[in-house]
Ligand binder design. Structure first.
Ligand code: ADP
Ligand code: MG
Length: 271
């Protein structure tokens, strides 16, 4: 197995009332090629901060983020930008992530213009392919974000993240802002894309059902630390940590058919 992303002893502190607050406290993890690594934890546990450190969108206080064998902290800004084109990120609020005055086509073109030399007809063709891959039509290219639903905007966010053919996608609460029925459709799309393209995901959510639906490996984060990690079946069948048990008990799908089942009778709905 090949590691795509390895985090080694990541620490991130922020100044806070003349003291330091440790948002990420010595986190290590390893994500294997073609797998989904789920990171679950309550709001404020440090998940998004860890994601930013993993992409070096923010300097780590200490520790290393190693992507495709390269220590990102050692790279010059230009080399870091090139490496980052192989890491896509999808954020929670799909509407806010898009420029309200830019057409969908222009938004999808943006990463292509930055990272590739595509222009004219080949650029247009690539945009249409990306829209098609996320379940949108070429006609959406001419629309503005406010003319799309939340679910459609998140599809655009995924198309943008996929534009440079990344190997790894970091999905930070990709469905948390969406209606439950739409959440299942987006998770379904993410699963299809992952399988078709052999992508590697770091899937972050406060919602255990979301993580359970897609993940091969799961880590449970609490107050900046990973308190438990392992194969998904093992974590869900036999949680060893009190906190994980409490999360499992609090999850809406606990003991019930989960979101995996709800999507099977909900894929007809339109987002
Ligand atoms: P999560 O994504 O798990 O909800 P975050 O990583 O967003 O958690 O935040 C973890 C903690 O770090 C929170 O207490 C948050 O207030 C704090 N934090 C995040 N970013 C900053 C920042 N730029 N400056 C100061 N504190 C921050
Ligand atoms: Mg967050």
């Amino acid at each position: 197995m090949t590691s795509v992303l390895t985090l080694e002893n990541i620490v991130k502190t922020f100044p806070h009332h003349r003291r330091v607050f440790t948002a990420v406290d010595d986190v290590s993890l390893n994500i294997q090629e073609g797998t989904v690594y789920g990171l679950v934890g309550e709001s404020g546990s440090g998940k998004s901060t860890l994601a930013r450190c993993a992409m070096q969108l923010m300097r780590t206080t200490s520790g290393r983020a190693i992507f495709e064998g390269q220590d990102l902290g050692m790279l010059a800004p230009k080399a870091l930008r090139t490496v980052r084109s192989r890491m896509g990120i999808v954020l929670q609020n799909p509407v806010a992530a898009l420029n309200p005055r830019m057409t969908i086509g222009a938004s999808v073109a943006e990463p292509l213009r930055t990272h590739t030399s595509l222009k004219g007809q080949p650029l247009q063709a690539r945009i249409n392919t990306l829209l098609d891959e996320v379940g949108l039509g070429a006609e959406h290219a001419h629309r503005l974000p406010h003319q799309l639903s939340g679910g459609q905007c998140q599809r655009v966010g995924i198309a943008r993240a996929l534009a440079t053919s990344p190997r790894l996608l970091i999905l930070d609460e990709p469905t948390s802002a969406l209606d439950v029925s739409v959440q299942a459709q987006i998770l379904n799309l993410l699963q299809d894309l992952q399988q078709q393209k052999g992508l590697t995901y770091l899937l972050i959510s406060h919602d255990l059902d979301v993580v359970r639906y897609l993940s091969d490996e799961v880590a449970v984060m609490r107050a900046g630390k990973i308190v438990e990690s392992g194969p998904a079946e093992q974590i869900f069948a036999n949680p060893s940590h009190d906190y994980t048990r409490k999360l499992l008990e609090a999850a809406p799908g606990h003991g019930q058919p989960g979101i995996a089942d709800s999507h099977t009778f909900n894929t007809q709905g339109s987002d």
